[in-house]
Design a protein around this ligand. Sequence first.
Ligand code: MIC
Ligand code: SF4
Length: 626
Amino acid sequence: MGYTLTEKIIYSHIKDKTLPKKNEEFYLDIDYTLTQDATGTLVYLEFMSMGLETVRTKLSLSFVDHNTLQTGFENADDHLFLETVADKYGILFSKAGNGICHQVMLERFTKPGITLLGSDSHTPTSGALGALAIGAGGLDVAVALSGKPFKMKMPEIVNIKLTGKLKKYVSAKDIVLEVIKRVGTKGGLNKIFEYSGDGASALSVFERATICNMGAEMGLTSSIFESDTKTLEFLKLEKRSEDYIELKADEDAIYDSIININLEEVEPLVACPYSPGNVKPLKELIGLKVDQVLIGSCTNSSYKDMATVASILKGKKVSSDVSFGINPGSRQVLKMMSDSGVLSTLISAGARILESSCGPCIGMGQAPRTDSVSFRTYNRNFLGRSSTLSAKVYIVSPIIASIIALYGEVVDLDKIDINLDEFTTPSTFDIDDSMILAPSFKKDVIMGPNITPIPKFDKLEKKLNLPIILKLKDDISTDDIMPAGAKILPFRSNIEKLSDFSFYNFFKGFKAKALENKNSVILAGLNYGQGSSREHASIIPRYLGIRAILALSFSRIHRQNLINFGIVPIEISANLYESLNEDELINLDFSNLDKNIVYINDDEVKTSFTQNEIDILKEGGLLNTI
Ligand code: MIC
Ligand code: SF4
């Protein structure tokens, strides 16, 4: 029996040489780690509390890409902290301006066949180069930095077979939106999507990256493409062909399921407000007036994306009704745009040029106006993520975004004729790693006043009588729990300050109510904690006294983050969910947690924690056990 690509990488990264069974827990050796500044400060505070002298991975990278607006001293303090930590403990440090972590990883570091763990949910972007790349909570990354393997469940491996050729105006973004349309935002839980077929082989690494990136929007553990001639082509351009190895699934590999997609049938798609899962054919929106168009983010900010946009806008001006912004994914992309004339074309067309960073994707600047319609090439459109609650954000490809920018509205593609110049890959790429600092192991760690220690949490009591302070619906995202944006993101290293903003977009009184009750629980529907890997969405509720969350289901990364910080994530039935109400007092009995039984009032609820998770929960969190 042959192996899938994922199984081959897992097999070469486990100690005992038998592949785990489906859903069985196992330990994966991690080669590389990545952090970004919005999650990284906590990762390194956690790592430092472990008392090691250096990191124990093959390669670790610390990026500054989220918090680069610097409206006060806070961001810059975080940057210096991260830089000095990297220097002291042996981590490569990518400075602000060098680019978005996932784009730079792809360009300069990821190799086929490696394992990568990152404190950002879009870490699987590196699957485009045949790596097994997984997003995780900060504490899990801190543990990996200390050289320990990553605990995970053996996922289901699904083969996504792409056949045929894409039609005009259809691109990689539409392929991944088609996949999301089919499986939904909850459809990827504990799964890895492995792409193959002639349609996959024809895609460049840039296009593969767009597809792997948005696997996060389905809750996937990861997404991966084979390492083939396109991979080699890309690595040659990045002057690192020595990193290439061919890596393919065996012909007779057995998958848990197969999804066939005929690319000829894929049409231009759009994810409508307020979920990346709300996918519709673009033609259903014909006539919709648009106020803002933004191109960039880790999903669509490669040189190819920017050159495609320029080929559509060459010699033209965007609509005067549209504010049109671009954020190139990396300094390499920006420099190549400048050298090739792509940048000049976009400036002439009316583009506002933003720094190579996450920018408006995480609400850092360019918040749209009240009640506006914004079309973006990004990956998430949760309510309020743009920093404007009343704005409606739609997600599309760079081709569609550029056409919309030209006309100021969604047009009927059958009624226009736009010449899409075939993108030609430049014969050389601009290689300059001077904004990536190598460690000297000499500097002292500098902590500005905005960086405060991680609070300590108590052990779990056996019996608790607590109020339900919030009853929520399905699909609550980490952006709902702990929003980002220019006002809030600067406090990612300051738990007390940050806690003022929990559930801020729809329940400003959350903190006061939580503090009034001292300890309490939250009740939620399906897929609680979807989206980002930010562990702040569990630390802050824990800090405000939340001891358990009762939900119909949890997203993978958030469930782990809750356990890591001592909040008990309890999956409950729909009947129990219906029968419980906000402000009701409930009895929680954890006396039989070792047997995976919790009592909620008189109801016996079976849980599925591993012994290790039970030990962590009883201790009040992972840090208490280390
Ligand atoms: C996001 O896209 O939501 C983020 C910001 O990149 C997060 C990480 C964070 O909240 O810092 C993610 O995707 O994990
Ligand atoms: Fe940055 Fe947006 Fe990508 Fe998150 S999704 S890493 S905020 S560009």
